[in-house]
Design a protein around this ligand. Structure first.
Ligand code: ADP
Ligand code: MG
Length: 259
């Protein structure tokens, strides 16, 4: 058995309750397709928001917009009091505040696990190798893969790789972590080891926006569920309200298919 993540003694500074991410009247089109249709939401510090909805509803586009991997046509996205600019050095700085974990783990294949976690802090945050490695080992410990530090990503299971990807994003001390279907590419027996790490982060007060259809995670960790369909936020509710008593026909229909 692989050791599961140790509950972290984390150093995330928590000031719960203030708005950290403000998405204000955001619109985006791909040609004729209105992929984000007047999206408004606020994510407070320490909040965990689960985004759920049918395929093609705009969930990934919303994540990518919040990280400015996609431009938007109108509206604004504010992170920690700063409106995301279109481009430039200021954007790079703001983007470094946002960790991103993708469905496909996106580790650097030709670097060891440890190097994957130290490269950002060394290159971007200008940490010394020694300090970066010390911190990386703590984070790898926290996600339960410290014993894999010298291996190459391909030598690890999918669940281990995704936990490394989470450690790598934490290494940058992000203010927010965006996760886009972080367990969708995993074999079923590896899903829980990643979800456990995510629940641990949530408990430690990390602000998280997580696209997932894992109801167990949503019920355990989410403060709020956003249900998206056709580029719109159709419902916004607590997990209990949403799963036990969805209001819209779209949500009822969607839940009947996945539950
Ligand atoms: P979800 O993550 O909810 O499945 P996406 O945000 O990936 O949805 O996609 C929303 C819609 O936008 C889909 O219809 C998809 O085909 C379309 N789309 C996504 N990216 C692009 C792109 N780069 N160019 C054109 N259409 C896109
Ligand atoms: Mg998607």
């Amino acid at each position: 058995m692989e050791p599961t993540a140790t509950p972290a003694t984390s150093n995330i500074s928590v000031r719960r309750g203030e708005p950290l991410v403000i998405v204000d009247k955001v619109n985006k089109h791909y040609g004729e397709l209105h992929v984000l249709n007047d999206i408004n939401t606020v994510v407070n510090r320490g909040e965990v928001v689960v985004v759920i909805g049918p395929s093609g509803s705009g969930k990934s586009t919303l994540c990518r917009a919040i990280n400015r991997l996609e431009t938007i046509d109108s509206g604004s996205i504010t992170i920690d009091g700063k409106v995301l600019p279109e481009e430039g050095a200021e954007l790079a700085k703001l983007r470094a505040d946002v960790g991103m974990v993708f469905q496909s783990f996106n580790l650097f294949a030709h670097k060891t696990v440890l190097e994957n976690v130290t490269i950002g802090p060394i290159k971007v945050k200008k940490l010394s190798r020694k300090d970066a490695e010390k911190k990386a080992m703590e984070l790898l410990e926290r996600v339960g893969v410290a014993n894999q530090a010298q291996k190459m990503p391909a030598q690890l299971s999918g669940g281990q790789q995704q936990r490394v990807a989470i450690a790598r994003s934490l290494a940058m001390n992000p203010k927010l972590i965006l996760m886009d279907e972080p367990t969708s590419a995993l074999d079923p027996e590896m899903i829980n080891e990643v979800l456990d790490v995510m629940v641990g982060l949530a408990k430690d007060g990390m602000t998280m926006i997580v696209v997932t259809h894992e109801m167990g995670f949503a019920r355990k960790a989410a403060d709020r569920v956003l249900f998206m369909a056709d580029g719109q936020i159709v419902e916004e509710a607590t997990p209990i309200e949403f799963f036990d008593n969805p209001q819209s026909e779209r949500a009822q229909d969607f839940l009947s298919k996945i539950l």
